[in-house]
Every structure is written in structure tokens, then in C-alpha cells.
Design a protein around this ligand. Structure first.
Ligand code: NAP
Length: 233
């Protein structure tokens, strides 16, 4: 998934005539080496944005690095200062995937005000910021948000009452037609690679069983082609 994302970002930069550079480090890279690269980029006035592609190899902790990125170049919005600003209701950089989701809702004139939004997944990059954004008293907020995770008992109890479901887990078929109410709107954030016998050897699906919800739901973002491209954009 990371490779697909990095390549798509680089291609998009090129298309937009913007300069970008990929620093592909070895899997066993040291913490010091990553920090020194971040510091170099922090101090380079020609660099306006730094994206640390996650996840990292298991010996590294993302938070050791995200907090080292200059908050003014932290265009992913993962620095504690930027996350704090977002949770405070005065966002500077909004993480790309939540922002992409909000743009989709806005484009299709889906007002979340007073709606029940069920967010499944509580990561710092998707679930938590989207929960914060949609529940705050912003023009595009004021929803009642429920956040579910792996310890949620009886997930369908929550999804059945959702006007909007935003699913960011990474488990194919987690949500099916029996778990949603009629007219539900679904943003499927999940990206799952399924091996198959095609030339490529795999295909990509989301977390939602698309075929089983398509007749019952009001609308659903497809995977691939929905939230993913919006994240890049
Ligand atoms: P993550 O950090 O692994 O978080 C996954 C979340 O799902 C966790 O909060 C986990 O709960 C929860 N979860 C796991 N099993 C569950 C279950 N059975 N029922 C309910 N919740 C469950 O993942 P992430 O980085 O947020 O990414 C999630 C998915 O979105 C992945 O497939 C990723 O590839 C995709 N993604 C897509 C985009 C895009 O642009 N389309 C961008 C980012 C990520 P706990 O907290 O209890 O462990």
C-alpha cells in the first residue's frame, strides 16, 4: 500500500509541475539517520512539506519522528502541535485522508449536521481526526459521532443506527448489507490486497462488502477509486 501511495503522490506532483523527492531508506535504518534526514529537510528552505510514509519498520516508532518534523512543514498534520490545534478546533494542517473524506461529503452535498456518524477505527491518521472534525461546531461538522474499534462489542448495534459510516480498519468484508440501515451513506477507507490469479496477482478491496450493501445504501465510495485518490489530491 505504501509503495502504491508514494508512487501516486510522486506522479501527481509531477503532473502538477511541483518538485518532490523520495528518500527510500533501508529497512534496518537507524533512528539517528532518519532524524538527521528530517532535520536536514526542516532546514532546507526549498522544502515546504515533509511526508513520513507510514507504517515504519517495527524497530522504529513513528512518534519519535513525527514530533521532529517542523510543524510548519508537517503537511500530513501528524505533529502533536498540529493534532492539538485540530482537536482544539483551530486546525492548521488537516490529515489528508480525513480531509479527503470531508471533501467527498461536501462535494455530494451531504450535510453531517445532527446526523449519526459511526467511525470504525481509531488511528491517529484516520479515525481520531475524522471523529474530531465531524463532531466539532464547524460548518462541515456538528455530527453526533460514535467511534468503534477492536474492543467494540456487537459492531452492528452501532452501524445499524448510523446515517453515515466511515470505515478505516483494514479488514475485507467487515461491514455487510445486514449491518446497515436503509439509505446509509458509506465512506470505505480500507485498503486490502487480495491475492488472485490475475496477471497482477492481486486486486484491492475495501472494508465493506460492496455488492451486499450497494442496493441498501444511499451511496458508497468504491475501492479502489474513492477515498484513496482524494487522499492524494
Ligand atoms: P490502523 O492504525 O491499523 O487502525 C485500524 C483500526 O481498526 C484500529 O483502531 C483497530 O482497533 C480497528 N479495528 C481492528 N479490527 C477491528 C474490528 N474487528 N472491528 C472494529 N475495529 C477494528 O489502520 P489505519 O492506518 O487507520 O488504516 C486503516 C485502513 O485504512 C487500512 O486498510 C489502510 O490501508 C487504510 N487507509 C486508507 C487510506 C486511503 O486513503 N484510502 C489512508 C489511510 C489508511 P484498535 O485500536 O482497538 O486496535
Amino acid at each position: 500500500a505504501s509503495k502504491i501511495y508514494v508512487n501516486s503522490k510522486a506522479k501527481t506532483f509531477k503532473k502538477l509541475n511541483c518538485y518532490s523527492e523520495i528518500f527510500q531508506l533501508d529497512e534496518d535504518v537507524s533512528k539517528e539517520r532518519v532524524i538527521s534526514l528530517i532535520e536536514k529537510l526542516n532546514n532546507d528552505s526549498l522544502v515546504h512539506g515533509i511526508l513520513l510514509q507510514l507504517p515504519l519498520p517495527s524497530h522504529l516508532d513513528a512518534y519519535d519522528f513525527l514530533s521532529k518534523i517542523n510543524p510548519l512543514k508537517d503537511v500530513d498534520g501528524f505533529h502533536p502541535e498540529n493534532l492539538g490545534l485540530l482537536f482544539q478546533g483551530t486546525p492548521r494542517f488537516i490529515p489528508c485522508t480525513p480531509l479527503g473524506c470531508i471533501e467527498i461529503l461536501e462535494y455530494y452535498k451531504i450535510d453531517v449536521k445532527s446526523k449519526h456518524v459511526v467511525v470504525i477505527g481509531r488511528s491517529n491518521i484516520v479515525g481520531k481526526p475524522i471523529m474530531s472534525l465531524l463532531s466539532q461546531p464547524f460548518k462541515k461538522g456538528n455530527a453526533t459521532v460514535t467511534i468503534c474499534h477492536s474492543y467494540t462489542k456487537d459492531l452492528s448495534k452501532y452501524t445499524m443506527s448510523a446515517d453515515i459510516i466511515i470505515c478505516a480498519v483494514g479488514k475485507p468484508n467487515l461491514i455487510n448489507g445486514n449491518m446497515i440501515k436503509d439509505g446509509c451513506i458509506i465512506l470505505d477507507v480500507g485498503i486490502n490486497r487480495i491475492n488472485d490469479s490475475s496477471e497482477k496477482g492481486y486486486h484491492i478491496v475495501g472494508d465493506v462488502d460492496y455488492d451486499s450493501v450497494i442496493d441498501k445504501s444511499h451511496s458508497i465510495t468504491p475501492v479502489p477509486g474513492g477515498v484513496g485518490p482524494m487522499t492524494i489530491s
